[in-house]
Design a protein around this ligand. Structure first.
Ligand SMILES: Nc1ncnc2c1ncn2[C@@H]1O[C@H](COP(=O)(O)OP(=O)(O)OP(=O)(O)O)[C@@H](O)[C@H]1O
Ligand SMILES: [Mg+2]
Length: 297
């Protein structure tokens, strides 16, 4: 244990102009946001309504958008700037992997999906040849309840959204990253499969020591899944902490509004867990370390 945090986001801001490049006055899509993911692997959730700045934060962490102000450090090293200790692109892609909202957009319709996994293994030099790439893909797929054999030769249209999202997770795991940034990863997945994916994240944190940034509108999955939550409103973090503390004693009216969107946290768990029991993949169904075990267990 080195004590160096996985990720340190400090006073991060990103400005845009309302109404495009030439018109409108500048506004801050992300405004002075700070948080830390400690060395111990965990799930950090960012929750907020549409337009609150969640994706903009994710894109800055993924180096797809430059911060206007502030800094991001990964394992103590800056993501941008000209310093000698800046993390280069190759190293970055081995350490940080994305999972996007729409798994159907993550893969092309014209290549069998397993080709992407092999390519990730080769590009990121996890494998030196095709045989090693297949082996690496298979290990990753098995950790999400699939296998190379089961997906071989299939195209995206032959998978459900839930299966494809599992395959996206497997692809992200290939380089054995330290951090996965998942932006609304279950919002396009059939409701009946959402909890099995969320449970899969928990399992990966425990078994593979990967930290997650989990971005969602949905306070209920964030509560279920995370070690820490930051609530965002119009670019700012309005509340943050351990999920039970926030839900038991919300300090902000905005947080109470987000909570009101959950019919009843207590009922929702058992309902979702029941659905999960019914539909989730048998290989992983009983392995997840649940923080809130099903009440009917
Ligand atoms: N490239 C851009 N140019 C101008 N404005 C932008 C750009 N990207 C984001 N914004 C604006 O910044 C604000 C935050 O957007 P962002 O996509 O980060 O929100 P979000 O919380 O992810 O929303 P959602 O839940 O709908 O995905 C919004 O007002 C959005 O319109
Ligand atoms: Mg978004």
């Amino acid at each position: 244990m080195s004590g160096v945090p996985i990720l340190e986001v400090s006073n991060l801001s990103r400005s845009y102009r309302k109404g495009g490049l030439f018109g409108g006055k500048p506004f801050k899509a992300v405004d002075d946001v700070s948080f830390t993911l400690p060395e111990t692997p965990q799930v950090f959730s960012i929750v907020g309504e549409s337009g609150s700045g969640k994706t903009t934060i994710a894109r800055m962490i993924l180096r797809l958008v430059e911060p206007s102000e502030g800094s991001i450090r990964l394992l103590g090293r800056p993501l941008s700037g000209k310093g000698a200790d800046r993390i280069d692109n190759f190293e970055f892609r081995r350490l940080v992997q994305p999972i996007f909202q729409n798994p159907f957009e993550a893969f092309s319709a014209y290549l069998p999906v397993e080709a992407y996994l092999r390519r990730t293994a080769l590009n990121l030099r996890v494998a030196r040849n095709e045989a090693e790439a297949i082996a690496a893909a298979d290990v990753a797929l098995r950790s999400v309840g699939l296998s190379y054999e089961r997906i071989r030769g299939k195209y995206i249209r032959q998978f459900s959204g839930g299966e494809l999202q599992r395959i996206s997770v497997a692809r992200a795991l290939i380089p054995k990253p330290k951090l996965i940034v998942a932006d609304e990863p279950v919002s396009m997945v059939d409701a009946s499969l959402r909890m099995s994916i969320v449970n899969l994240f928990r399992q990966i944190v425990g078994e593979q020591g990967v930290s997650f940034i989990y971005i969602t509108h949905d306070l209920s999955t964030a509560y279920y899944l995370s070690d820490q939550v930051s609530i965002m409103n119009t670019g700012r973090v309005v509340e943050s902490g351990v999920p039970t503390d926030i839900l038991d004693n919300p300090q902000q009216a905005y947080t109470r509004e987000l909570m009101a969107a959950i019919p009843s946290v207590g009922d929702r768990w058992s309902e979702l867990d029941a659905i999960d029991e019914q539909y989730s993949h048998p290989d992983i169904r009983h392995q997840s370390a649940l923080k809130h075990p099903p009440t009917n267990a």
